[in-house]
Design a binder for this molecule. Structure first.
Ligand code: NAG
Ligand code: NAG
Ligand code: NAG
Ligand code: NAG
Length: 625
């Protein structure tokens, strides 16, 4: 509600009366027409007074909504007015959304795939209204699930009571008219707001056949489901998938336990007969398990799903206790069909030795014939923590030659050791000659030493187009690495993660001495390297040599007190282009936290300097407190 003035004006009182009537739904068409005839100033002052329900009621009966082909508004001024009205509604919805969920960004839609598609549209989309009701519905789903989870619960999920706090947000008041008394039921919210839901997280407690009826009008594009275990869950899910298969683009199944028939049913539900395929672009099964007896064969439904999905561009089978035969079969399918997979995530599965059992074409160069077994479109490969050993790295080289467009490779947390990385250097060299070269390489915690990484950096430095991003974090590289890294920094890398590699003071000194000229660096993580005061000198040099540097993580670097003043004076001289500087974990710096120095450093108002070790500042994600 707007701030009440000392004595509210007559206009304000009238507008509030209108707002009430809109909320109660207690009006006819003519009444709404009259509201739309109000002069712009009045109409514009009305919108911010409306609760979500009232705004929704008014928005829904907006004559302009259905008016693409109707008379009076089709002239120029009409179109202009239409656009302005629409803008006003958008602003009002945005305000309501941000008031209810101030942590605007933390609702992360895993829909990057979908965003691309939306870019082209330049029409009126009512985006904020859609987002508002979508997230409201998610809150209702979560609230209903809490009740449905109780052991004492049985029966229909539709009649579950929605908590008053959620109803209050909508503008609901205790005694509204008879026709609206269903507000308190979960089914009401599904029925009226289900059509706005594009992305939903469906708790398994609600994954029952009844949900299909409740969400009948939804046109879901993205669905995340957790803890699917029972036949009832699968039936509910399959019904929902069938209903939405024409619109669904993204599915994530997490913490599930699949039997062959479960997975077959799920895949079959996505099949669109008319097109003889499915429309899924992103498919993920994470932290789940497949029935033990079936390690040696791929469920037929999944096989068909993978081989026929023309639009499938991202596949994740992360942390699924996959057996190597399973992975091999998946890869065989992806290789044998003209797949358009761009991102493949097999991380957190033990697949030691699987690469060697695979008949990779060893002549990467001949792949242009098109017949060779290759993952032509693969751009992102995640093999983090897959227990790859030195011997596997040797085979990996051949596998990678079959991925001519690979840009991002994550091999972190695999004990491939120096020998492993050395055998891959020839691959790196060959790749650098290709039009698509690697952009992002992660080798964190691979049991590498200074020797292996020196050779790697030597090879990377000869590339025509340098890597944008490199991580060698958590390898025991030692202080000798410093000078080499300093040189490498001058080669155009934009993001470098050297967290916890044992640089020490002399390593930082070595690095600092090698830095010359303009660096392209944007981000660096130098945490846990115990560089003491040399860390500060290194940072000073870096900040003054890298005009594009935006973020620095430097936790637990054991900097003594004088370091802070070194960093401060550099920052001041650079007029605060930095947006993020994390110096947590150094008690000696903490006492500066309160001083005006900090305020002075935040010149641009952009820089977020963290000094305290507590991470509590990070706002906890809290939906509908
Ligand atoms: C990983 O798989 C290999 C081969 O199947 C096996 O020998 C090894 O014990 C497994 N390691 C772990 C940690 O499970
Ligand atoms: C940088 O390193 C620290 C310390 O290990 C870690 O907590 C942090 O997540 C890293 N930052 C990024 C962006 O990876
Ligand atoms: C650091 O902690 C002190 C005392 O706990 C507090 O007064 C100060 O505001 C904190 N500074 C930052 C930047 O969080
Ligand atoms: C918490 C912490 O690691 N503090 C260190 C900060 O740096 C000083 C000076 O080297 C150390 O003595 C502290 O232990």
């Amino acid at each position: 509600m707007a701030e009440a003035q000392e004595s509210p004006s007559l206009v304000f009182l009238c507008l509030n009366t209108i707002a009430d009537q809109l909320l109660l739904g207690d009006y006819d068409d003519d009444y709404v027409q009259d509201i739309y005839q109000l002069p712009s100033e009045l109409f514009d002052s009305l919108l911010p007074l409306l609760t979500p329900l009232a705004l929704h009621n008014l928005h829904q009966s907006m004559p302009l909504n259905k008016c693409d082909d109707c008379g009076p508004l089709n002239d120029k001024s009409g179109t202009h007015r239409k656009r302005k009205r629409w803008m006003n509604f958008e602003t009002a919805w945005k305000m309501l959304y941000e008031t209810r969920w101030p942590d605007c960004d933390s609702q992360s839609h895993p829909t990057n795939w979908l965003e691309k598609r939306n870019e082209a549209k330049d029409e009126i989309t009512d985006e904020w209204m859609q987002m508002y009701w979508e997230r409201h519905l998610q809150s209702c789903l979560d609230a209903a699930a809490e009740i449905a989870l109780l052991p004492s619960f049985y029966g229909s999920i539709g009649v579950i009571e929605i908590p008053a706090a959620l109803l209050n947000y909508m503008g609901y008041r205790g005694c509204m008219s008879k026709s609206t008394c269903d507000y308190s039921k979960f089914s009401y919210h599904c029925k009226y707001f289900g059509s706005y839901a594009r992305f939903l997280r469906l708790p398994s407690a609600l994954c029952v056949p009844e949900i299909c009826d409740l969400l009948r009008i939804s046109k879901l594009e993205s669905l995340e489901i957790q803890w699917i275990k029972s036949k009832e869950n699968v039936d509910g899910l399959c019904g929902l998938l069938k209903q939405n298969r024409e619109t669904l683009k993204s599915i994530e199944l997490i913490h599930c336990k699949f039997s062959t028939s479960f997975i077959n049913d799920i895949c079959d539900s996505l099949w669109i007969k008319r097109l003889n395929t499915h429309g899924i672009q992103h498919f993920a099964i994470k932290t789940s398990s497949f029935d033990g007896s079936n390690y040696y064969s791929l469920p037929a439904g999944l096989a068909t799903f993978l081989s026929s999905g023309r639009s499938l561009s991202s596949l994740s089978l992360c942390d699924d206790h996959l057996h190597q035969h399973f992975v091999k079969m998946v890869l065989n399918i992806l290789l044998d069909t003209p797949s358009s997979i761009e991102a493949l995530d097999l991380s957190e599965n033990n697949i030691t030795g699987w690469l060697s059992r695979f008949q990779w074409s060893t002549k990467g160069k001949q792949l242009s014939s098109g017949i060779g077994k290759s993952l032509q479109s693969l751009r992102v490969l995640n093999l983090r923590n897959t227990n790859l050993l030195t011997e596997d790295a040797d085979c990996l080289k051949f596998a990678l030659l079959n991925m001519p467009k690979l840009e991002t490779l994550d091999l972190s947390d695999n004990p491939i050791e120096d020998e492993g990385i050395k055998s891959m250097i020839s691959y790196f060299t060959e790749m650098s000659e290709r039009p698509f070269a690697l952009i992002d390489l992660k080798l964190g915690n691979c049991q590498l030493t200074c020797e292996g990484v020196s050779q790697l950096l030597g090879s990377l430095s000869t590339w025509k187009k340098p890597l944008s991003s490199l991580s060698v974090r958590e390898n025991d590289l030692g202080s000798k690495m410093g000078a080499l890294l300093g040189k490498y920094l001058c080669r155009g890398v934009q993001s470098l993660d050297i967290d916890d590699i044992g640089l020490g003071p002399s390593g930082f000194r070595g690095a600092q001495e090698e830095i010359t000229g303009d660096l392209k660096l944007v981000y660096i993580n130098i945490s846990k390297n115990r560089g003491e005061v040399e860390t500060a000198k290194f940072l000073s040099k870096l900040i003054s040599c890298a005009p594009g540097l935006v973020a620095i993580d430097a936790q637990y670097t054991f900097m003594p007190e004088e370091s802070f003043s070194i960093i401060c004076s550099t920052l001041k001289a650079m007029k605060g282009k930095l947006e993020h500087l994390d110096l947590t974990g150094n008690l000696s710096c903490e006492r500066f936290a309160d001083t005006s120095v900090l305020a002075e450093l935040q010149i641009s108002g952009k820089c977020n300097i963290k000094i305290n070790s507590s991470h509590a500042q990070a706002a906890p994600y809290d939906d509908d407190p």
